[in-house]
Design a binder for this molecule. Structure first.
Ligand code: MF3
Ligand code: CO
Length: 248
């Protein structure tokens, strides 16, 4: 059962989402060689605290941090650490803030110093996948219209679309129906309706989309060790089309 949200509820979710947006805006100018993902973790916690928001990921299913920090071949769910980021790295920071019982979820990939042309292309195409997917998220379209837009763009650029981690509805819970992969066929899948709030969060890989999880039980890496990037927004489907609640 997909839980539809009223306009009033969407405004409440937007408030949580805007705390996450501010977290990302705050770190964007600070990403440079030498900074650590633990530094970024602390900044995210400070921004959330300032707004009376809770770092929802901390303690969720035993996860111990406010952020996921996924460097290079890590697709998602990496742990923040004291290892300084190096020029040429790409790092994805993902977080969920809880405000007044509502959740906002957004991940962003950042370049550290000068990165390779391939890494640059991967980041650009992944961001374009997010935007193209979101553009299809309007009433009476199907989820397959969203996922196909992502898949087409990634694959036509020679990249892979991760299947093993899912996007999801969101509201008072982090993972609500529908949960879905970013691959599909136009006109297929769940019919989109005004009041749906969900994430669009393509994880795109330089090589294979296959994934392995480290012995820590969380860190998800590309099987071939090549790069991965991810951009994620929480969006609301309205009569006028998609609204990006985590817009920066
Ligand atoms: N923010 C993630 C998502 O996009 C969920 C992170 S899993 C956690 O769905 F356990 F680390 F919180
Ligand atoms: Co997320």
């Amino acid at each position: 059962m997909i839980i539809l949200k009223s306009k009033h509820e969407i405004e409440a979710i937007r408030k949580a989402c805007q705390v996450v947006a501010e977290c990302h805006r705050t770190i964007a100018p600070l990403i440079e060689p030498g900074i650590t993902t633990n530094d970024l973790e602390r900044i995210f916690e400070e921004v959330m605290q300032k707004h009376g928001a809770k770092p929802f990921q901390k303690g969720y299913r035993g996860y111990r941090y406010a952020t996921c920090a996924s460097v290079n071949d890590v697709i998602a769910h990496g742990f923040p650490s004291d290892k300084p980021l190096e020029a040429g790295d790409i790092v994805t920071i993902d977080t969920v803030a809880e405000l007044d019982g509502w959740l906002g979820d957004s991940a962003w990939s950042y370049a550290v110093g000068q990165i390779s042309p391939t890494a640059e292309k991967l980041m650009r195409v992944t961001k374009e996948c997010l935007d193209l997917g979101i553009r299809q998220a309007r009433p009476d379209n199907r989820l397959g219209d969203v996922t196909n837009a992502v898949q087409q763009h990634a694959e036509s650029n020679g990249f892979g679309v991760v299947r093993d981690l899912l996007a999801h509805g969101i509201g008072r819970n982090l993972h609500e129906p529908p949960t879905y992969m970013h691959v599909g066929k136009p006109g297929k899948g769940v019919r989109l309706k005004e009041g749906m709030v969900l994430t669009v969060e393509p994880m795109i890989t330089e090589g294979t989309y296959e994934m392995i999880i480290d012995p820590d039980g969380w860190t998800a890496r590309t099987l071939d060790g090549r790069l991965a990037a991810q951009y994620e927004h929480t969006i609301a489907i309205t009569a006028d089309g998609p609204q990006i609640l985590t817009a920066q």
